[in-house]
Ligand binder design. Structure first.
Ligand code: ATP
Ligand code: MG
Length: 605
């Protein structure tokens, strides 16, 4: 492609709308334009990158025996009502764009396709002989993200590869899951990204496993905890660890003490002269279930620890049947406005004890009249601890479970693991922290969707049983930007060779110099003919502008038909290292082909 004929617009300044380097660079280098919040026009250069990523994804998926298909993006509400997700996705999380057609039918734009694919499986899979089966697609997804940001990282419209597998049993599911683990590792390695596979939260579905593929970068929205021995890595939402040991309590007898202005753990520690590990902190939550029931929850946890709301939400989902509900719609710390709706009197905030009275809860139809009391494992073994007294300005010290307070029946792990904690597999290993961009997520779903939608098959024993399912997603557009986030310098993008929009750019410093143009045209033709995807900068611009643009857009190899032409040579510059060499014109094609081959195979498995 000739730049003189291309839609090629670069910006000198960083666009104000962009916060992170990759977002700035993709806009500045003319890869995309923002149309509205979370909506981008992918311009020709970016589309080539996206297509290259998609090709790698297809190759790796096809190699596992998965088959490509394409499902409708417009989906009927009825399927989501069957799975029970319509309300969660349109109301609670509200992430699905829902709409009505002119006949008054409700529809939604697909944020994901478990329902649709399960309906296909229900219609087409009859017998165990058809299993296992794995279908995938590469397609635009729609999500009404509450905070679209960072360009392609969190868009409201984005490209995803999503795949769904169907199995007769969990062994077969596990096999495909392992194949996907390998395929995803191959995809990321081939696209040239540094990544880490981490244990991930599987939400309330449970399932027997879920792994996220994280590209490590400061701008990542996720936190990963890992150990240096390579034995453990998990998303903080899921991570487990050994908390530090609690210090022995300085309190020897139970008493209530006046402790003015000690509503925080830090203030309590100062005032009482004890360690935060000797305090039981009681945190109030309000959970809304899908049947409209609201429950107030008190979580008792050791004072130096924090509640992990993902773990708490999973635990509350597991308890849903106690309230004739099936899932959690919302979990929040009730603010003053929320408290005003149910509290019969002002709450002793900052001084709450594990036994805060149920008489704080006003009778109301959808509100559970009793607190749900939960205790985190960290608080269970404390002796002579300090905690609230249910009276503002007072705490109790020297308290014990089974004496002053009844130990809640529900003992859970709802604590947040943090960097510095000891690892469970080896207490000598301390957890370290890193930021990650979630690029892919693989998931053993089990039969949640097949049971809900009645997708069954006839087993070898002649029984009708629900299909076992797995699902596997990769963010193709997010991956493109993550590659930039991992690879740039002050002059612009440095694309990994495997996904660069073009391999090479021939820059003509002066287009009115006939010799320069002739040499450039010849190289441009020969390189493209030899499969080296090449741009020709034949614009009427100053040489300096052209060099800057070539660096900004990040093309791996730059060829300049300049001064050394008279010796039969051109200058070849590697974008990644800045290394420049004078090269005989007739060796350029072969050399570049070798370099590209070497770069692409060094990252292949
Ligand atoms: P996140 O936790 O980042 O919101 P998710 O867990 O909802 O993502 P999945 O439903 O597992 O994402 O989707 C599979 C992949 O699609 C993700 O791993 C990610 O790469 C990509 N993805 C998800 N949401 C977006 C988005 N809003 N914009 C771009 N890519 C996305
Ligand atoms: Mg995810």
């Amino acid at each position: 492609m000739r730049l003189s004929q291309m839609l090629f617009v670069t910006l000198r300044e960083d666009p104000a709308e962009a916060e992170i380097p990759s977002h700035k660079l993709l806009l500045r280098a003319g890869y995309m334009r923002r149309i509205s919040s979370g909506l981008y026009a992918y311009l020709p250069l970016l589309l080539r990158v996206l297509n290259k990523i998609s090709t790698i994804v297809r190759e790796e998926m096809n190699a596992t025996g998965a088959q490509e298909c394409l499902l409708p993006q417009l989906q009927p509400a009825s399927l989501w009502q069957e799975s029970g997700r319509w309300d969660t996705y349109t109301k609670a999380e509200g992430i699905m764009f829902a709409l009505g057609d002119r006949r008054g039918q409700e529809l939604a734009l697909g944020p994901t396709h478990e329902e649709v694919i399960t309906a296909v499986a229900r219609d087409t899979i009859r017998s165990y002989k058809q299993l296992p089966l794995h279908l995938y697609q590469i397609q635009t997804k729609f999500r009404d993200e509450i905070r679209p940001r960072f360009g392609l990282m969190r868009g409201r419209e984005f490209i995803m590869k999503d795949g769904y597998s169907f199995h007769a049993d969990t062994d077969s599911l596990k096999q495909t899951y392992d194949d996907m683990y390998q395929a995803y590792s191959n995809i990321l390695r081939r696209t040239g990204l540094e990544f880490r596979a981490v244990d991930a939260d599987s939400g309330a579905i449970g399932g027997s496993g879920s792994t996220e593929f994280m590209v490590l970068a400061e701008a990542g929205e996720d936190e990963v905890l890992y150990t240096e021995d390579g034995q453990y890595a998990a998303n903080v939402e899921k991570a487990v660890s050994l908390p530090s040991d609690a210090e022995p309590s300085p309190f020897t007898a139970y008493e209530k003490r006046e402790t003015p202005n000690t509503a925080t753990i830090a203030a309590m520690v100062d005032f009482l002269g004890c360690s935060a590990t000797q305090i039981v902190k009681d945190v109030l939550y309000q959970v809304s279930y899908d049947n409209g029931r609201q429950v107030l929850v008190i979580v008792s946890i050791r004072g130096d620890q924090d509640v992990n709301e993902t773990k708490l939400q999973n635990s509350l989902t597991n308890l849903a049947s106690d309230y004739e509900a099936s899932t959690v719609l919302a979990l929040e710390v009730p603010d003053a406005e929320a408290q005003a709706k149910w509290a019969t009197k002002p709450l002793p905030l900052g001084y709450i004890a594990p036994d805060l009275g149920d008489d704080y809860i006003a009778a109301s139809k959808d509100l559970e009249p009793k607190f749900l009391r939960l205790v985190d494992k960290t608080a269970v073994d404390l002796k002579n601890f300090a905690t609230g007294s249910n009276e503002s300005g007072f705490h109790v010290v020297g308290a014990n479970w089974g004496e002053q307070f009844e130990l809640p029946k529900q003992v859970l792990d709802v604590r947040t693991a943090i960097a510095g904690d000891r690892a469970i597999h080896d207490p000598n290993q301390l957890l370290k922290t890193a930021r990650g961009i979630e690029i892919g997520h693989i998931f053993q779903l089990g039969h949640k969707y097949s049971t809900a939608l009645g997708a069954t098959y006839t087993s070898e024993q002649g029984q009708e049983v629900p299909l076992e399912m797995g699902c596997y997603g990769v963010g193709v557009s997010r991956l493109a930007q993550a590659a930039v986030e991992q690879s740039y310098d002050q002059n612009g993008i440095i694309w990994p060779v495997a996904i660069a929009p073009y391999h090479a750019i021939v820059v003509v410093p002066n287009i009115s110099d006939a010799a320069q143009m002739a040499a450039a045209e010849k190289l441009y033709g020969e390189l493209n003919a030899a499969g080296v995807e090449t741009l020709l900068d034949d614009r009427k611009e100053r040489a300096g502008v052209k060099f800057k643009d070539a660096e900004l857009i990040g093309i791996p190899f730059r060829i300049v038909t300049g001064r050394s032409l008279k010796d039969g040579k051109v200058e070849v510059v590697k974008r990644a290292t800045g290394e420049a060499e004078e090269m005989a014109i007739d060796t350029v094609v072969a050399t570049l082909n070798n370099w590209i081959e070497a770069a692409v195979t060094s990252t292949a498995s």
